[in-house]
Design a protein around this ligand. Structure first.
Ligand SMILES: O=C[C@H](O)[C@H](O)[C@H](O)COP(=O)(O)O
Length: 237
């Protein structure tokens, strides 16, 4: 693993490694997106290389996950060729006490929701800074929208009490374009009291493909923490 002294990076590395340790040989593995899952993918590759793990195949949730899997020589397949996913490992932007999530900080939540929801076991990997009492308190809610529907979807989101903004690229002029060729609207809600209802309401707006609320999908949350200068991984079941 890459050596780093930034405490957040250490927490991400530890939790990624802990999740990858739970993968068994002969498994179909959902490969999540983001900086935390990247460590899990790296460690899965290391376990394969050492022969600790045999015959796994990955289903990537994004172009990023696909590139990393290829780098670490993890064989890949698609949902066209498998009838199950044994385990999925993925990050999150917020986790509430009911294991509900906001995801999509990397604009990958649509494919992530497909893969993570299909997994027999979905393990979420986060550092302790992602734990919140209420969803929406620290992170805007990502909504993937087809390009021609951006303006009406924004108006509908305002009617729901949200403050929407089109996500813009960094080191790229213009908006962020998802792996599916769509755009992302990030929405600030003052409070999300009923995330399950909001998830469905937003997905019912014509032109919306998927939003970043993951309700009742996560099985286990692995939280990277630093206690008394030592990294540890706490499990929430
Ligand atoms: O779209 C991206 C994903 O939902 C990520 O899993 C999420 O944003 C967490 O990413 P990170 O581990 O980099 O904080």
């Amino acid at each position: 693993m890459t050596v780093n002294v930034d405490p957040v990076v250490i927490m991400k590395q530890e939790v990624g490694k802990a999740a990858a340790s739970r993968v068994k040989s002969d498994s179909i593995v959902g490969l999540g997106t983001g900086s935390t899952t990247a460590y899990a993918i790296e460690y899965l590759g290391e376990r394969l290389r050492k022969g600790e793990l045999k015959n796994i195949v990955g289903i990537p949730t994004s172009f990023q996950a696909e590139v990393l899997a290829k780098k670490y020589r993890i064989p890949l397949t698609s949902l066209d060729t498998v009838d199950r996913i044994d385990i999925a490992i993925d990050g999150a932007d917020e986790v509430d006490p009911n294991k509900n999530l906001i995801k999509g900080g990397g604009a990958a939540h649509t494919r992530e929701k497909v893969v993570d929801s299909l997994a027999d076991l979905f393990i979420v990997v986060v550092d302790s800074g992602k734990l919140v009492d209420k969803l929406g308190s620290t992170f805007l809610l990502p909504v993937e929208v087809i390009p021609m529907a951006v303006a009406p979807v924004m108006r509908s989101l305002e009617k729901l009490g949200g403050k929407p903004e089109l996500r813009m690229g960094v080191k790229k002029a213009g908006p962020v374009v998802t792996d599916q060729g769509n755009l992302v609207i990030d929405v600030k809600f003052d409070r999300i009291d009923d995330p399950a209802c909001l998830e469905k309401t937003i997905n019912n707006i014509p032109g919306v493909l998927e939003n970043g609320l993951f309700i009742g999908v996560a099985d286990i949350i692995l939280v990277g923490e630093i206690k008394e200068d030592r990294p540890l991984v706490r499990e929430i079941i």
